[in-house]
Design a protein around this ligand. Structure first.
Ligand SMILES: Cc1cc2nc3c(=O)[nH]c(=O)nc-3n(C[C@H](O)[C@H](O)[C@H](O)COP(=O)(O)OP(=O)(O)OC[C@H]3O[C@@H](n4cnc5c(N)ncnc54)[C@H](O)[C@@H]3O)c2cc1C
Length: 300
């Protein structure tokens, strides 16, 4: 019998890793790929698909991330008690790819959306240089709860919506699908040059939505309009994977469930960020029990 994620105590799924920047590469108008290495990556076990992890980024005046504790039982309290100006910022990202090179070097790619210097993670990525070290809580086993893409066995087609923050996850999912799987996808990006090449054995029909407006309601409506005007794949049991800005995700889910009769239990939707709210604010809401099932960090 193969062990599944639920057979393994959750605390064993994840541990701290030291990520060292090896190189960076611009892969689109808004995307910077940062390739990390480091000895601890020998024990890193990405489950692929939309595998996420938590990064701890140093304050603006520090080069490397330092945490007072990386012990599973004490790190959180120790991190929370750090003075604000010293506390590393925690942010969620996707493992775009993990590989071992021919030279035996373990590498992990993360594709960062650069959305300005006033947000800590975007600023850090924009200034990332070789040799900088950050900390991450990531998977120690491949079957872990931060792989959210879990289509039921009976799934016969796939519906996908991703904005730019979830495009790395969508691209990684597409690479792993079975040959011929019917997929209808809508990918929303800020710029034409963010329409990256996608590689998949699946039967993919993708619609790119290059964002025109940047205000919440217009943005969600435009996406839903685009989806409403499309024919869905003929399958009787589709699985929908939706990830991106929380308001848009909610609107797309509502459309699929209420107007297209997609079974709500077959919709996996995750708010990767929310217009006007930093990840601290989303976490604070989650701690206060206000966040619903789209809580972006609930499973990390
Ligand atoms: C499971 C998961 C996986 C994710 N994977 C990725 C990934 O692979 N790549 C990636 O780039 N992001 C990814 N994200 C999203 C990323 O965590 C958020 O965008 C995060 O808010 C970025 O942190 P920040 O410090 O730059 O901005 P914050 O300090 O968190 O936010 C500051 C302000 O910027 C706004 N904001 C946040 N993100 C964006 C954006 N992309 N564009 C415009 N405004 C924004 C916020 O609404 C807020 O007003 C993922 C999120 C989750 C939950």
């Amino acid at each position: 019998m193969t062990a599944t994620a639920s057979d393994i105590p959750a605390a064993l799924h994840f541990r701290f890793f030291t990520f060292e920047v090896l190189r960076t590469r611009r892969i689109g108008h808004s995307f910077l790929r940062v390739t990390f290495g480091g000895e601890s990556l020998a024990d890193f076990r990405s489950g692929g698909f939309d595998q996420s992890l938590s990064l701890f980024l140093p304050p603006a005046d520090r080069e490397h991330t330092e945490l007072p504790s990386t012990d599973a039982d004490t790190w959180f309290g120790a991190w929370r008690e750090m003075p604000d100006e010293e506390r590393p910022v925690m942010r969620s990202y996707t493992v775009r790819e993990q590989r071992r090179t021919d030279a035996g070097v373990d590498e992990v790619d993360i594709d960062f959306v650069l959305h300005g210097d006033s947000s800590p993670a975007s600023r850090w990525a924009g200034g990332a240089v070789t040799g900088r070290r950050i900390m991450a809580i990531g998977p120690a086993v491949a079957q872990n709860k931060s792989v959210r893409f879990q289509p039921p066995a009976a799934t016969d087609s796939l519906l996908m919506y991703a904005d730019e923050t979830a495009l790395p996850a969508a691209a990684a999912i597409l690479e792993r699908l079975e040959a011929g799987t019917p997929v209808k996808a809508w990918f929303e990006v800020p710029h034409e040059d963010d329409r990256i090449d996608l590689h998949t054995p699946a039967d993919l029909d993708v619609t790119w939505i290059v964002r025109a407006a940047d205000t919440g309601r217009e943005r969600a409506e435009r996406v839903v309009e685009e989806i409403r005007s499309a024919d869905l794949p003929a399958g009787a049991t589709p699985y929908a994977w939706l990830a991106g800005e929380a308001g848009t995700i909610r609107a797309v889910r509502r459309h699929l469930v209420q107007e297209r009769s997609v079974d709500r239990r077959a919709v996996r939707f995750t708010g990767y960020w929310r217009l006007g709210a930093s990840e601290e604010q989303l976490l604070a809401e989650a701690y206060a029990g206000q966040a619903a099932s789209e809580d972006p960090t609930a499973e990390l």
